[in-house]
Write a protein that binds this ligand. Structure first.
Ligand SMILES: Nc1ncnc2c1ncn2[C@@H]1O[C@H](COP(=O)(O)OP(=O)(O)OP(=O)(O)O)[C@@H](O)[C@H]1O
Ligand SMILES: [Mg+2]
Length: 270
């Protein structure tokens, strides 16, 4: 199997990147794959919170340290596979959530960000070649933060998570035009939090919605996921793929995992 790096990105905040990245990583790891899930959202780190049940003590090194050249990528990784009894492996690389670390990220120069992208490319090599990781999943900040651009640049497939909201869609359109086209990257789009009133999955509305957004964003749509009240209300520390494996949200992500796995095999990028 070829190995791949996926980045979850969005134009606006709160579209579901972290929840989707977290559950997808867990689903794949539970199928026996080796996954590295990395928090590149240095301004609002969230993976430390999502996996707090498995993180017994503060890591010695954060991804911030790796990007700054203070440690090797292997030294940042936390293996959470046994806590969640996963069949494969799930390694986490966390962004430092302390105020000082967030401030320090904001003060970084453009030169630092350019060196950061080089570190990300060397990281890919280490994870794939030395640790035999199957997929690297990058969770990013919304918009045009440097760390997100770096994630997009160093990924094979970038998935823009958008809602069906007009403002989000316009933002995604701008993001694709102003960033992805400039970088000559073709993103795929995941529509999330579709309101149940659209009766998604029950009639031809789903196709219409997908066609409409595909035309607007001129990008392939990988899936449309409904807005589920219980997902919205769930604790940030609960991973649905573990706690409610039969939930429709998880089933949607399993289909997406399969599609990505197959498109990966077919060399989707080309
Ligand atoms: N399909 C869905 N149905 C209902 N709630 C959802 C769905 N997807 C995500 N959510 C909820 O939306 C909220 C925001 O999700 P999440 O934190 O993953 O977004 P994000 O894109 O990572 O945000 P940020 O840009 O701030 O990092 C969470 O409470 C999450 O549980
Ligand atoms: Mg997030």
């Amino acid at each position: 199997m070829t190995t791949k790096t996926l980045a979850f990105h969005s134009s606006r905040g709160g579209t579901g990147k972290t929840v989707i990245a977290t559950n997808l990583a867990t689903i794949w790891a539970n199928k026996g794959l080796k996954i590295a899930l990395l928090d590149l959202d240095f301004r609002a780190p969230s993976l430390a919170g999502a996996f707090s049940k498995a993180i017994k003590k503060q890591p010695k090194y954060w991804l911030n340290d790796f990007i700054s050249g203070r440690c090797k990528i292997e030294q940042t990784l936390i293996d959470v596979s046994s806590t969640y009894r996963l069949k494969g492996k799930l390694y986490l690389g966390l962004a430092n959530p302390s105020i000082e670390a967030i401030r320090s990220t904001m003060d970084k120069s453009r030169a630092w960000e350019v060196s950061a992208v080089k570190r990300l490319f060397s990281m890919r090599k280490t994870l794939f070649k030395e640790m035999n990781i199957d997929y690297i999943i990058l969770d990013t900040s919304p918009g045009l933060q440097y760390s997100s651009i770096n994630a997009v640049v160093s990924s094979d497939i970038s998935i823009i998570v958008t809602t069906n909201d007009e403002v989000d869609l316009k933002g995604s359109e701008n993001l694709i035009e102003n960033l992805y086209l400039e970088l000559d990257k073709k993103p795929v789009v995941l529509i999330n939090k579709v309101l149940p009133e659209t009766q998604l999955h029950t009639n031809k509305t789903e196709k219409e919605l997908i066609n409409k957004i595909e035309n607007q964003l001129k990008s392939p749509i990988i899936a449309a996921i409904l807005c589920y009240c219980d997902v919205l209300q769930a604790k940030r520390t609960s991973i649905l793929a573990i706690e409610k494996p039969n939930h429709a949200f998880v089933k949607n992500l399993e289909t997406i995992a399969k599609t990505l796995f197959l498109t990966n095999k077919l060399n989707f990028e080309e």
